[in-house]
Write a protein that binds this ligand. Structure first.
Ligand code: SAM
Length: 336
């Protein structure tokens, strides 16, 4: 029977056009809201090889995926990761893919920025929650701010558009958001703010970290003119233009506003598990079908079956009655 190459559409009529791939669960930082200090990592033998990741990504591209985001863990600490970028770039050249991009903590960008640009990467998201070196060290436990700033500079020099992602943390960086915005916009970079989500068990209490972006937005509006902007990257952020700086601020509000209605995304972990929703436990194994046969028929069937189970949305709650994580896995597993 010929393989059907129809685009993947979920039961709610949403086209699945965006695949996020976590290429490793390892990271050279231990951000306090993301990981516990003594994380147990997966044995290397459980990981998909880079060739297997390419195969799954390519299957998604042939079924309508237009955007690939490489993430982790820290994607740039996976060995030989540039081989994956190089091979996936053929889908940009062929026109099958609109965008190949990554989310990184920036620590390795100085080394890889030019190569990423050469592979057709045009934009990178760099996660950075503070510009204060001491605070940076406290949040990341292990990170060095100067390396990240050098990485951002290298990316800009290589011609990559950089967007800064910052998680809004109560009592930690809430007094710095305006400063981060001024800095980012001054360098022509947009800033996206993210609400902390209850993913995985960590040492600090989530309720202590959670800062609703409605509060941040109201504070910015006291001092700036925020104008709703139609700009979209295909992701969950909603943007405003700041009249005084000319830059954009994005808000990702999984907690205070459910962003599921237009969800076009699925997430592949480094072991080949496909999560149809960031905030639900249901998943599909794609590693078994690719290892069972060199032909993609089984893989396509597993992908179709998975998408037919994509849930309508998630329901995160952080309050005193529900102190535990909404889902057990950390963001570093599913891929942020
Ligand atoms: N290492 C890369 C980085 O730092 O961007 C990619 C992976 S990281 C898990 C992706 C993003 O998820 C980062 O911006 C991080 O701040 C964010 N993140 C991690 N845990 C989170 C949580 N519990 N709630 C909200 N954002 C989280």
């Amino acid at each position: 029977m010929p393989l059907t190459r129809a685009p993947l559409v979920d039961p709610f009529g949403r086209d699945i056009s965006y695949l996020r791939i976590s290429v490793t669960d390892r990271c050279d930082f231990r951000c306090v809201y993301c990981m516990s200090e003594d994380m147990a990592f997966l044995p290397k033998r459980d990981l998909l090889t880079l060739e297997e990741i390419d195969r799954v990504a390519t299957a998604f591209v042939s079924r309508g995926t237009r955007k690939l985001r490489i993430t982790g863990g820290e994607p740039l600490v996976r060995r030989e990761i540039m081989n994956l970028f190089r091979s996936l770039s053929r889908h940009l050249t062929s026109g099958a893919l609109d965008e190949l991009t990554l989310t990184t903590n920036g620590s390795q960008l100085s080394r890889y920025a030019q190569e990423l640009a050469d592979c057709g990467v045009r934009r990178v998201n760099v996660s950075l929650d503070t510009l204060d070196p001491e605070k940076f060290r406290k949040i990341t436990r292990w990170g060095d701010l100067s390396k990240v700033l050098a990485g951002i500079e290298a990316a800009r020099t290589a011609g990559l558009r950089v967007k800064i992602n910052a998680v809004a943390l109560k009592g930690v960086n809430e007094d710095e958001i305006e400063g981060l915005m001024q800095w980012a916009h001054g360098l022509g970079m947009d800033l996206t703010l993210i609400e902390v989500m209850p993913l995985g068990e960590i040492e600090p209490a989530r309720l202590d970290q959670f800062l609703p972006l409605s509060v941040v937005r109201a504070r910015l509006m006291d001092r700036y003119t925020l104008v709703d902007d139609p700009y979209r990257t295909g992701g969950p952020a909603r943007y405003v233009k700041v009249a005084e700086t000319g830059g954009l601020v994005g808000f990702i509000t999984p907690m205070t506003h459910n962003f599921c209605e237009s969800c076009n995304r699925v997430r592949l972990t480094c072991t080949g598990t496909l999560y149809m929703c960031l905030g639900q436990e249901d998943a599909a194994d794609l590693r078994a079908p690719i290892r069972a046969s060199a032909d993609d028929a089984l893989l396509y069937r597993a992908m179709e079956e998975a998408i037919s189970r994509k849930p309508k949305g998630h329901d995160f709650v952080i309050d005193r009655r529900r102190p535990r994580a909404a889902v057990g896995r950390h963001m570093s597993v599913t891929g942020g």
